[in-house]
Write a protein that binds this ligand. Sequence first.
Ligand code: ADP
Length: 338
Amino acid sequence: MQKKEELPKEMSDKKVTKIGVLTSGGDSPGMNAAVRAVVRTGNYHGLEVYGIMRGYSGMIEDDIFQMDSRSVANIIQRGGTILKTARSKDFFEPEGRAKAYENLKKRGINGLVIIGGDGSFRGAQKFSNEFDIPCIGLPGTIDKDIAGSDFTIGFDTAVNTAVEAIDKIRDTADAHDRLFIVEVMGRDAGYIALHSGIATGAENILIPETKTDIEELISSLTEKEKRKKLVNLIVVAEGDEYGGANEVAEIIKKRLPNADTRVCILGHIQRGGSPTCLDRLIASRMGYHAVECLLNGRFNVMVGILNNKMNYIPLDNAIKAKQKISEDWLKIVKILAS
Ligand code: ADP
């Protein structure tokens, strides 16, 4: 093995023997599959694996227990997370993180796998800088708003849930010649809206990443009304600049009083449910490689998948960079909705 000073920043020859795993921030379907993969891969390599409850809260409150292969039986198909998740205010404070470190130290835990979004990675980055505990991040978010990976755990399930719901809405929209405005999750990211909107043939998709031209929307609806295209679906991400489906509907109702306009907000159903095959697969691959990273001294990286290959990017890059919406996709939306 190379000497430490010759190693790149994220590589180390420190030996990891006991690891902790936690799920943090917003929950996403597939987190359980990732936990299972971490526990079983760790056990396979003879590591002790500890589950940490409720994200960083459990680390601070010492809610930590040893896991074995049996403790993750029968969870690969379950949504939510058996480790529970939380947002921890105390972890923002140095005292909270110091307490968390003491709880790891007394058990000899010397490596962590954090399954969560960019907020959780920010916490991990701080923690590993302060206490020399290597952290591996797995992107667990339904929003897909993390750079360095084509997939995030939970996105595929969430988007399929949205597609199933929007298909049903289209049936009733069709029966009554209605204009439906459907709101999907995505406070800062429009991926659920973009993917589910294209997949359900939405006429318009409003997302936070692009400027919403309400005049253009109204004139396209007016033009469609003229050609008797009566069923219209608009998919809005909750974080669109106009504020969401209710706000957009208000504007449309004023400008197009003849349209039979309805709103449907999908809400939290998008977070739950049994993970899709894709989410189970990527969670299993990422969980396995997270442990391999710790064993091979590849520290403080996020494990992603790019072009079907594992991709490791330093946690601070995963935090800084956001994915960019492809111009091509936006063009497809416009052309296919005519
Ligand atoms: P997500 O991981 O889904 O983006 P949050 O942004 O809520 O969710 O972050 C989850 C948790 O990560 C926070 O409640 C907090 O405990 C921790 N965290 C986030 N940002 C920081 C930070 N800058 N410093 C320390 N801890 C942080």
